[in-house]
Design a protein around this ligand. Structure first.
Ligand code: IMP
Length: 186
């Protein structure tokens, strides 16, 4: 079975393959820009993208949408994470968090799969926003996110270590478990 992953990020593609290839699924990456609507939840953004793409892509496919939610900022940047990363950046977030004691935050990832209908899988990792940037690995907000139970940021971890506990890893895991069951039945 071949499934298309709508992404332009080779790291995400490698990660998806690690979960899906063992099921006998061939994952094919495809860069195909799609509209990201302004909505309150990642689920809505992802589901809209999938519906839109379903009229333009043949065969089963999936995409993923993720964001960083900071408790003290009422979930900001959340669905706006990509835009905020490009504009305010890490320094902007650290500035917003100056003097803020409650540093709790979580990353959430939504994987939306299309096989004639939409199926949504989510993964979350809780942690806290560090006081300064640390580490050079990963991408995005990794240098300021310290997952629960760890003293290091995501950017101070190896890719494998981060993927094992990350929001996206968990969403891919839920997706691959569901697919495994489905392939057994179908
Ligand atoms: P997207 O789902 O790739 O569009 O991610 C949206 C934005 O959330 C990215 O631009 C990053 O700023 C942030 N983000 C999502 N996942 C991660 C992650 O694993 N580490 C760091 N930042 C992330």
């Amino acid at each position: 079975m071949r499934i298309t992953f709508i992404t332009s990020n080779p790291g995400k593609l490698r990660e998806a393959m690690a979960y899906l290839t063992p099921l006998g699924v061939e994952v094919q990456g495809l860069k195909f820009p799609y509209p990201e609507i302004q909505a309150d939840t990642l689920e809505e953004v992802a589901a809209y993208g999938v519906e839109w793409l379903s009229e333009r892509i043949d065969g089963p496919f999936f995409l993923d949408d993720s964001g960083l939610f900071i408790e003290a900022l009422q979930g900001f940047p959340g669905v706006y994470s990509a835009y905020v990363f490009k504009t305010l950046g890490i320094d902007g977030i650290l500035k917003l968090m100056e003097g803020v004691e409650d540093r709790r935050a979580y990353f959430k990832s939504v994987v939306a799969y299309w096989d004639g209908e939409v199926h949504i899988f989510t993964g979350t990792v809780h942690g806290r926003i560090g006081l300064e940037r640390r580490g050079s690995g990963g991408f995005g907000f990794d240098p300021i996110f310290i997952p629960e139970g760890y003293g290091r940021t995501f950017a101070e971890m190896t890719t494998e270590e981060k993927n094992r506990i990350s929001h996206r890893g968990r969403a891919f895991e839920a997706f691959s478990n569901w697919l495994r069951d489905k392939l057994k039945i179908g």
